[in-house]
Design a protein around this ligand. Structure first.
Ligand SMILES: C[C@H](N)C(=O)N[C@@H](Cc1c[nH]cn1)C(=O)O
Ligand SMILES: [Zn+2]
Ligand SMILES: [Zn+2]
Length: 502
């Protein structure tokens, strides 16, 4: 590694030029990372997921950082078997007392992806088409994690002083709700003692315009299991004489929400923060093209007709989605089986001021009440698998101002201030537990298709995003200097006052 010149003044143009000149190398790194199917939902990929975390640790080590791989123990699967959790990465680069310390949080696990799900290209081979880099994890979240690393690498390659101290928390189970991570944070409180800001880049913009995210919804993810017996049965031989588990389950799932998206679980909306007039105005002022959003989503119609309603229902109201049924026949052909045990999977996105234990109680009560009316002898089991709280930040916090300035310098525009309907399970935990200021700086585009077929990040967003992070380091350093000056001058005033009183 090259030595860092302490006093070399950093010109933004030099950094930007270096990033532009090395963009093909940066794309190659993304290719290497996307090639690892680090799917955290499917235990069959566990070895690959662990390899991905190790590769990431190695890459962070090449920056000159001190890297710790923390063992996260065993994961107990729904059937009772156990497998190794991937380790988590805690790393540190620089510890100057006169610099701000920024902790970057990201994840290198991905959602499942199979070519036959409808991908146009192999999900684990980055394929560039019309300036877009297609591949699972390209935007969620391998691209942004690499962009952050490349921004640091740029300072190192140009032998410039990195303007801030850097810390990293990188994990491999974000997509399954970050199990065990809260305990990890609780056990490493000292890691956060000198951290000033926590940065997350795991969302996308709302439109073509760059954005900063100040809120995310939480998620309460449930399994509802119905079991009729120990083995599947022939529907010709047994159909008509048994209580079918699938029929019960479909009835239960249908009772959760109506076709207009309204959740039918009694009491579920009771704690939702009321919409104030001030907040209402906020939605009116956001520049949002519903037609473009519809095109990105590839649906004909939304549930709501106005921009305000759409934004509110994405960001500040709960929503219930049914994700799938484990154990049900889902293949091609016309299998005529009656499944014995089926597990319905659904989740409710959480908003302020909903509380997970209350939601859990309401959901269980509702499903038990509905099931009781079926007079079914089958066994019902409802379990909360993930409970992640919503997160909202104060947009007047200084790190938002630094990020706004950095965005102006890279993109020449003032960013949209947005919320996001999806969940970063650890965002609220960071805020509550560490009491540090959290900011989300998305670099992905509105049409990136996270979790969907043909997920991508554009080459432009990936490279401009790298510049944004490099520029953000400088803005944070300036901010820190200003804050320190202010605090020193306040200290002088206090000392003078004490002296004059004695
Ligand atoms: C926003 C982030 N990139 C993401 O996709 N998060 C997941 C996390 C989650 C929530 N419940 C289960 N996993 C998401 O919002 O779905
Ligand atoms: Zn993500
Ligand atoms: Zn995701």
């Amino acid at each position: 590694m090259l030595p860092l010149h302490a006093n070399a003044a950093t010109k933004l143009e030099d950094l930007f030029q270096h990033i532009d000149a090395h963009q093909d190398d940066f794309v190659q790194s993304l290719k290497d990372w996307v090639a690892v199917p680090s799917d955290s939902s499917d235990p069959r990929f566990r070895e690959q997921l662990i390899r991905m975390v190790q590769m990431t640790a190695e890459r962070i080590r090449t920056l000159g950082a001190t890297v710790q791989l923390v063992d996260m123990g065993l994961e107990t699967l729904h059937g009772g078997q156990t497998i190794q959790f991937p380790p988590a990465i805690l790393a540190q680069l620089g510890n100057s007392t006169d610099k701000a310390t920024v902790c970057f949080y990201g994840h290198v696990d991905v959602q499942p992806a199979k070519k036959e799900d409808g991908w146009k290209t192999d999900p684990y081979t980055i394929t560039e088409i019309n300036g877009n880099l297609y591949g699972r994890g390209a935007t969620d979240n391998k691209g942004p994690v690499l962009a952050w690393i490349h921004a640091i690498d740029t300072y190192i390659a140009l032998q410039k002083t990195i303007p801030v101290n850097l810390k990293f928390i990188i994990e491999g189970v974000e997509e399954t709700g970050s199990p065990g991570l809260e305990e990890l944070l609780k056990g490493h409180e000292e890691f956060f003692s000198d951290v000033d800001y926590i940065v997350i880049s795991d969302n996308v913009w709302l439109s073509r315009k760059p954005a900063l995210t100040y809120g995310t919804r939480g998620n309460a993810y449930f399994f509802v299991e119905v079991e009729s017996g120990k083995k599947d049965l022939h529907s010709g031989t047994f159909g008509g004489i048994i209580h079918e588990s699938m029929r019960d389950l479909v009835y239960l799932l249908a009772s959760l929400a109506d076709t207009a998206g309204h959740i039918l679980i009694p009491g579920i909306y009771d704690d939702v923060a009321p919409l104030t007039e001030e907040e209402s105005k906020l939605y009116e002022s956001i520049d949002f093209d519903m037609e473009e959003h519809k095109n990105n989503t590839e649906v004909n119609t939304f549930l709501y007709n106005t921009k305000e309603e759409i934004l509110q229902h994405m960001w500040r109201y709960p929503s219930l989605s049914i994700h799938g049924i484990e154990g049900a026949f889902a293949g091609v052909g016309t299998k005529t089986v009656i499944p014995s045990k089926v597990i319905g999977k659904f989740s409710i996105r959480q908003v302020p001021n909903m509380k997970i234990p209350v939601v859990e109680k309401l959901v269980k009560k509702h499903l038990e009440d509905v099931f009781a009316k079926l007079n079914s002898p089958n066994k019902l089991k409802v379990s909360l698998e993930i409970g992640a709280m919503p997160w909202v930040a104060n947009v007047d916090d200084p790190q938002y101002e630094a990020a706004r300035t950095a965005i102006r310098k890279v993109f020449g525009v003032t960013p949209d201030m947005i919320r996001d309907g999806s969940t970063i399970p650890l965002a609220r935990t960071f805020q509550d537990l560490t009491k540090k200021k959290v900011i989300m700086i998305p670099i992905g585009g509105a049409d990136d298709g996270e979790h969907s077929q043909n997920e991508k990040i554009s080459r432009s967003n990936y490279i401009q995003g790298t510049k944004l992070f490099a520029s953000f380091f400088l803005e944070l350093a300036k901010l820190h200097e200003d804050l320190q000056k202010k605090s020193n001058s306040n200290q002088v005033k206090i000392s003078q006052r004490i002296r004059s009183q004695t």
